[in-house]
Unconditional design. Sequence first.
Length: 284
Amino acid sequence: MLVYLDTRDLIDLLEKRRPCGPEEFRRRLVAGKHQLVISFSNVRELSQPLFKAQTRTIVTSLLNQIETIPLKYIREAYICPQEVEEAFAAFSEAREYAGVSPFVCRFDEACTPWNKRPATASFLNLSLSETVLMLFSANTNPLMSVPQHGGTLRTLLEADRRLANPPTLRENFAQVLDRHISQGRLAVPKSRVAALANWIYDDPSRCPSLRLCYEVYHSVRQNLSDVPRDADIPDAAHVGCIPYVDLITLDNRMRDYVRRVANSAMPGCGGGVCQNLDDLLKRL
């Protein structure tokens, strides 16, 4: 099985050693031939103490502990454009969507678009902690959290909630798809976006990460009492990994939204979602 822990559970495992420590977790994974999936969002959240004085050793220690566990890295930031590229190829060739693999062997690859080589590819034995320290020292530090992203999300959600006559989710999906195509610089003609969007929306198994994140966002939009938080940015990244792992832990709020989507637009998508690490270990 591929198992994914949100950062809260990673910290509980590595620092607080609950419900077990990394040694016992590793033993459980090895015995069952399972792997821990790690994303850029996980590592960025774990690396935040680097931006405070005298904490580099703590971060390095945590990252070194992670590397003792059987690992698989996921390029979560590039799953959606990868899915859309495959969807357009399938749509153009009149075949069924074949799926994509967002997994890579090293963390530097997880930070790089799926169709490019990382700048550090020539470093044959680059560890996770070394990669993080190199990123931390870069002029444009990608590990730094960007608080204004939370504000941007709140502004977007407020604007969507104020719409007097909002489009249906199917109609709006074409606009969202067009935005992903533009941001990913994908070779999809504008004239084919609407038809491609309808084709993808007809079947939730086509572009499952894009569709799940889309449905969760609109589930939040419809809950007028919910005010988005800065933490929703990494939480959304974790949600996007759900279709590609067997078990995943999420916080209560996001787990509830995934459950709502699983009960409506995407049946079964929440079957591997766990409350916490203890719950996940019981399912291994």
